[in-house]
Design a protein around this ligand. Sequence first.
Ligand code: ZN
Length: 413
Amino acid sequence: MTDKDLMRRLFDRIGAYQQEMIDLQRELVARIAVGPGEGGPGEGEKAAFLADLLKNWGLAVENYPAADGRVAGGQRPNLVAYLPGKRPEKVWVLSHLDVVPPGDENLWDSPPFTLRVAGDRLYGRGAEDNHHGIVASLMAVKAFLDLGLTPERTVALALVADEETGSHYGLEYLIREQRQLFGDRDLIVVPDAGNAQGTLIEVAEKSLLWLKLILTGKQGHASRPPLARNTLRACAHVIVALEALHQEFPLETPLFKPPASTFEPTRKEANVPNINTIPGRDVFYLDCRVLPDYDLARVKERVAAIGTEVAQKFGVTLKVEPVQDLPAAPPTRPDAPVVLALQKAIREVHGREATPRGIGGGTVAAFFRQVGLPAAVWMTVTDTAHQPNEFCTLSNLVGDARVLAHVFLSAED
Ligand SMILES: [Zn+2]
């Protein structure tokens, strides 16, 4: 049988799994896996269900639980299930078990933890984030099992805890304690973000720097400005002066969208409540998304220097405090094997060209990249994660399961 015939059989089989996809989503949505930090019971029930299911399919399933006294049983599960391939090198698909709380339930058209099917759409908390990844990867594996086919690489499904609240009990823990699970020649796919066409492969992130800027002057009566030192006026001038950051850190990389670093003044705390008082204290925040080429310490230094120089002209002092300071992990190369395998698969399943890109926000793949493992974040999204009436679609599930099956079969290095 040629590779094309094999692929055709896998694609046909996956296309026939729509009822199985609905059934699995229903089971997953019903098992509330909100983390204890957000008032939930954790991932235990959902993990137990999935471990049983995968064992029934004949897969070897291991658990690497992280101790957490806040949940029943005292452990957060991190499952790894293996489907042996022709080669020991693996294709990892990492999905997360936890979901965010439903938020205001009045905004939902149906109960968030009961699956609702409407045409192509499957509604429920977690349906997209991240059951989409779980269901697509499991159905790709099921097609190999049902057809009695052996994938080229060993398929490793990782189902981890705690992605929504920092991954301390999830992927961060797994990589710290079980680094040997992941080989340098493994392909790592994280189906947890993407675009609606399934053509965005996220390979890099900008560094994140949040700064709090506190200006202190002297409060006074608005009729007597010489007796006061107006921090709001100073604040306005500091914000304008900080535009210079774009010239001081001018690098642009087409990998990222937007291609340059960004420096946005965002939140402004309230100062005086009345109109006839000159404020003597003002606080605002700067959200900086910085290309990985730049050192965040240098950015902080320049913000303080530029701001202080201006503030001094108004007799005002400036203090700069970091609120978040997260240097980006080294990017996955745009020609890394996992990127090429995904691009080829997306081309063959959808006839579309997928592009490796960097984004401004953080993803769980950064934990892989921090230790030098090239991971790619990819899936086809509805962009309803964390929203009321979150949904995923059957057509995206079928498409993404086919892409993953193609990657499982790919012989490339
Ligand atoms: Zn997610």
